[in-house]
Design a protein around this ligand. Structure first.
Ligand code: PRP
Length: 216
């Protein structure tokens, strides 16, 4: 049997999705060894392999077929724009992509002024401002702690993920506009979807059943 290979976005999402897989009988004992430096973990009985990757690389592995299945946030899927099938909303990691800033920046958004937007998600920010709002902006790519940008005067607003809103509150910033809701998704390589249709369809069915039971 050919291995079914899973790419999981490192961090809480990987932990939560593995816990979800366990509930439908997909386990990977090898992965639980915290001291291990191994990068890929196998369950020979199930014919499955799992590896952890940086979230933004998960869609790349799946598009090229190095992984059949990926678990990653919708934010990353929108930003990377890879060719793959998004088959399921896993209903975890729920948050929102928003334009945020000090309240005073609200006016700048209303009047379509030329402003600077700092973000880890330049493609999402560009699509929102250029295609939806028709506002010309300068997009500045950052790699983390995006909330700093309006505080130190790098930009007027930011485009970033808001989960609890605590980071914004503690830094005197607000949600000014909501771009879209986000959550974890399961994605599948387009060729794998045909070649491994039975196994992948069963997996999706089992996960859907689990989610329905848990939501009852
Ligand atoms: C994310 C996001 C916000 C924060 C939102 O950052 O970029 O900063 O979480 O969560 P909250 O609304 O619950 O406060 P993350 O911790 O992933 O790190 P980063 O700053 O490196 O992006």
């Amino acid at each position: 049997m050919r291995y079914l290979t899973f790419a999981l976005a490192k961090g809480r999402l990987a932990k939560d999705s593995l816990a979800m897989f366990e509930k439908i009988g997909i386990t990977c004992e090898e992965m639980k060894d915290k001291g291990s430096r191994k990068l890929i973990f196998t369950n020979e009985e199930l014919g499955m392999r799992f590896f952890l990757a940086k979230a933004s690389d998960v869609p790349t592995y799946v598009e090229y077929g190095a992984a059949d299945i990926g678990i990653v946030g919708k934010d990353t899927l929108l930003e990377e724009g890879r060719k793959l099938y998004e088959v399921m909303n896993l209903g975890m990691g729920n948050c929102r992509m928003c334009v945020c800033g000090p309240k005073s920046a609200q006016e700048l958004l209303k009047h379509h002024e030329m402003i600077r937007v700092a973000t880890k998600y330049p493609a999402i920010a560009k699509d929102y401002f250029y295609n939806k709002k028709h506002q010309t902006v300068e997009i500045i790519k950052l790699n983390g702690s995006i909330e700093l940008a309006p505080i130190v005067g790098l930009s007027e607003v930011i485009v970033d993920i808001v989960e609890t809103g605590a980071t914004l509150r503690e830094n005197g910033l607000d949600v000014l506009e909501e771009i879209c809701p986000l959550s974890a998704r399961m994605v599948v390589n387009q060729v794998s979807m045909k070649r491994e249709n039975d196994r992948i369809t069963k997996l999706i069915h089992d996960l859907r059943t689990l989610l329905q039971e848990e939501n009852q």
